[in-house]
Design a protein around this ligand. Sequence first.
Ligand SMILES: Nc1nc2c(ncn2[C@@H]2O[C@H](COP(=O)(O)OP(=O)(O)OP(=O)(O)O)[C@@H](O)[C@H]2O)c(=O)[nH]1
Ligand SMILES: [Mg+2]
Length: 364
Amino acid sequence: MKVKKYTGATAYEAMTKLKNELGQDAIILNTRTIKQKGFFGIFKKPIVEITAAFEEKDLISKNKNSANKLREINNEIQDLKKMIGELSTSTNKEIIKIPKQLNDYKTQLINKGVEYSTATLIIGEINEQININNKDEEIIKNIIKYNLMEYLGDIRPLSVSPGHQKVIFFLGPTGVGKTTTLAKIAAQLVLEKKYNIGLITTDTYRIAAVEQLKTYSNILNLPLEVVYNESDIYKSLTFFKDKDLVLVDTAGRNHREINKEDIVYKMLNSINNKEVYLVLSGATDYITLKSIIEHYSIIGDYKIIFTKLDEAQGLGNVINAKFLTKNPLSYITMGQNVPDDIEILDKDKVVNSLIGENDYGRPS
Ligand SMILES: Nc1nc2c(ncn2[C@@H]2O[C@H](COP(=O)(O)OP(=O)(O)OP(=O)(O)O)[C@@H](O)[C@H]2O)c(=O)[nH]1
Ligand SMILES: [Mg+2]
């Protein structure tokens, strides 16, 4: 057992010193206030003295702990320094290596709603492949366009093979425009292509959902079947045996709640010849879009329709979606008018809009 004294202007200060050195295990033997003599016999402020007893091993292990802690902190500082170093060299690389013209295109894409890391990747890849120094504006623009076109991939609208019935599903989050888009497509197929079409709705959740589709079916003079349960699926499909196309409207679903027990997925699994469209609003924010796409991966093969591009700030989500899923794009819609406000996605126009050359999707 050893004894040591600690002093401080206050008891707290002396105690803090003691605890720092000896830890919690020391035993306090005595605490006293000491008056100190100054010059000419004038008293200075009193100090507090604490006497403590401790085992030497406590001091050793305490010191050892402190040394370990110091080493840990030191290691963390080294790691942080390394990370900061790496970060600044990579940012420097980006700033130094990406020429201004390319960086301007990157900013342009971000302003059109392309997600930051996606825009960085697109421009970074171009920069890595091609030396754009001394190239004129027009050539640089074309390089950007070719690349964006490539990312958009093949556009796959509905393909109909007469004599082989196809069932077309429209799925997606609530209120994105599934029913309206179905009506637009149905109207064009009936009025322009004269296909023989039947309509089905599985949306029996929302009041007036059936009525909404019924209105379109009356205007277009198309039969409508309502599916409430699994056996209705087969009944209505039998009823529509002679149709070239059967278009299926589904209830909007919170994407976090979609599951394979839903009547729609039972129906999807029962049908061989089908096309599935995931309807997405172009005006959705990126993290929501990402989450929707992740949840709908349970569907597997689907094609994407972007609606409400007239309400979106830019067409960035069209590119974003292609980076989140390899599934093909198909149609875009840009207004509430049935059947006019829909078209097969025109890659050229999308790309020109992304680089600020037109206002594709905006009402003219
Ligand atoms: N601005 C704009 N509005 C649209 C577009 N497509 C649909 N809408 C409107 O969006 C609203 C919802 O459309 P619906 O077709 O009922 O959407 P839904 O996905 O079927 O909705 P739920 O069945 O309730 O999930 C309606 O007011 C439509 O007119 C579009 O391209 N642009
Ligand atoms: Mg609907």
